[in-house]
Design a protein around this ligand. Structure first.
Ligand code: NAD
Length: 256
């Protein structure tokens, strides 16, 4: 019953902002942070200041990135990612704000102009001095060939994956665009996030305060659930495609 109601909201809405977290990519084989088998169960966090100041911390940071890179490089977008492509094709999706760093929304076929990567991307590394970029494939290959912490070939500055580390500031431009998208949609669809990382977690509340209907899809409870018009607990790839298709039988055709 409640699914049918949300489906109707989505069918009649003209402007939807999507918001995703690590949970949308677990079914593509990329672990999230806070589930029992998540990244934090295995790795220590290297803070941005530590990365800047200590060689051993940089080496540890790159070691973690090298370890996780194959699972991201080889992952395929799933039905959850493709559901947002479908919303874009229906010309309803005004923005897709993501905390994810895996690039799977773009690889699913979503127009990169619609994607706001709040926490950057791990598909590239950039020089902290001159901003020159290289692909993560190149960085990982250089480490595998013996460099412990790759340096910029142009200026010898520190190369770091283009993600936002703990203690590092978000891009004010991307955050501002995300706020605008939250404030100007009819429906804010928050999918696969524990909604505890700030400032990202305040965006669903901002959307709600600005008049949007807030729908949360997540396997476990979040602190923002109490603000939502609807909370759906369960697996994203099972729920999301059903919500966005016109007929319940449609989505199997669209996503096969
Ligand atoms: P999180 O790990 O804190 O929360 C993920 C949430 O998704 C959990 O509440 C979990 O219950 C839920 N979930 C997991 N799989 C699900 C599924 N199949 N269906 C429904 N729900 C599911 O992640 P977060 O909220 O995105 O925030 C943590 C940080 O994690 C972000 O900053 C992000 O950059 C980073 N991160 C990103 C990736 C990625 O890019 N894929 C992976 C790990 C961590």
């Amino acid at each position: 019953m409640i699914l049918e109601e949300i489906k109707e909201w989505i069918a009649t809405a003209q402007s939807i902002t999507g918001f995703t977290g690590a949970g949308i990519s677990t079914e593509s084989g990329i672990p999230d942070f806070r589930s029992p088998s998540g990244v934090w169960a295995k790795n220590r966090t290297v803070y941005f200041q530590e990365f800047l100041q200590n060689t051993t911390d940089r080496i540890e940071y790159w070691r973690q990135k090298v370890e996780i890179w194959p699972s991201i490089r080889d992952a395929h977008p799933n039905l959850g990612h493709r559901a947002f492509v479908s919303l874009a094709k229906q010309e309803k999706l005004i923005s897709l704000i993501t905390q994810n760093i895996d690039g799977l929304h773009q690889r699913s076929g979503l127009d990169p102009k619609l994607v706001l990567e709040l926490h950057g991307t791990t598909t590239e590394a950039n020089c902290l001095s001159c901003s020159n970029k290289i692909t993560m494939n190149e960085a990982v290959n250089r480490i595998r060939q013996g460099e412990t912490e790759p340096k910029c070939y142009i200026c010898q500055g520190l190369l770091k994956p283009s993600t936002i580390s703990f203690g590092q500031s978000l891009s004010t431009e991307i955050l501002e665009k995300a706020r605008q998208a939250a404030q100007s949609c009819e429906i804010f669809l928050a999918v696969g996030s524990s909604l505890v990382v700030e400032p990202a977690a305040s965006l669903p509340v901002l959307a709600k305060e600005s008049g949007a209907k807030l729908v949360i899809i997540n396997r476990t409870e979040t602190p923002v659930d109490r603000f939502a018009d609807s909370v759906i607990r369960g697996e994203i790839t099972r729920i999301l495609p059903q919500l966005i298709s016109k007929k319940s039988s449609d989505w199997e055709k669209v996503y096969s």
